[in-house]
Structures are given as structure tokens and as C-alpha cells.
Design a protein around this ligand. Sequence first.
Ligand SMILES: Cn1cc(C(=O)NCCN2CCCC2)ccc1=O
Length: 114
Amino acid sequence: CYKIAQISKDDNSQLAVCRVLLAELEAHKDAWPFLTPVNHKVILGYRKVIKRPMDFSTIKRKLNNNLYFNLDTFIADVNLVFDNCEKFNEDDSDIGQAGHNMRKFFHELLHLKK
Ligand SMILES: Cn1cc(C(=O)NCCN2CCCC2)ccc1=O
């Protein structure tokens, strides 16, 4: 019984860590391009170029629907946000720079929590 309790506790604490990490990402001044899904009707070419769109609001919905198996699957979706951004935007564009800043911020957050 203890073992089962132990596993579920880890899942809950990992889930709590994901929620805190996401809240910190959303609060960052450079989060604005990533808060909601890119509107492919407005941003021409996005749907064709980016095969797996991802954004912070989608990550929040997936967290709330228990769709992340562990911290690593959550980290994979956050990195997908930044990888999509690098693919679609020039490094010296406002959104490209925001993506680089957010990726660095997230990386530092992860190394703080260890
Ligand atoms: C991640 N990303 C975002 C965009 C974008 O324009 N997002 C809308 C930003 N607006 C700010 C206030 C309302 C919405 C374009 C390309 C891209 O890769």
C-alpha cells in the first residue's frame, strides 16, 4: 500500500512542479507570443511549416486534463514551443528574440528546482 501511495504522491508533486513552472513562464515579460495558439488564419504559412503547434494555454489545458505522464513529457511540450518559434521566426525578430529569452529562462528555472 505504501508503495502505491508513494507513486501517486510523486505524480502529484511532479504535477505541482509543472504548474509552478508554467505559472513562472506565463508571468515572464517575453511570454506574450506564446500565451495562446498561433492563429494560422492570420500568420500565413504557419500551419504548413509547423507540424506540431504548441503554446502555454494548450500546456495548461493538458496539465488540467492529466495528459502529462511526468515532468519530462511536460518539459518536451515546453521545448516544442521554443523549437517551433526558432523554426518560424528570424533570430533578430521580436518574437524570435522572445523565444530565445524564454528558452534560457526555462532552462535556468529547471536547474534551480533540482
Ligand atoms: C509564437 N508565434 C507567435 C506569433 C504571433 O503573432 N502571436 C500573436 C501575438 N499577439 C499578441 C497579442 C495578441 C496576439 C507569430 C509567430 C509565432 O511563431
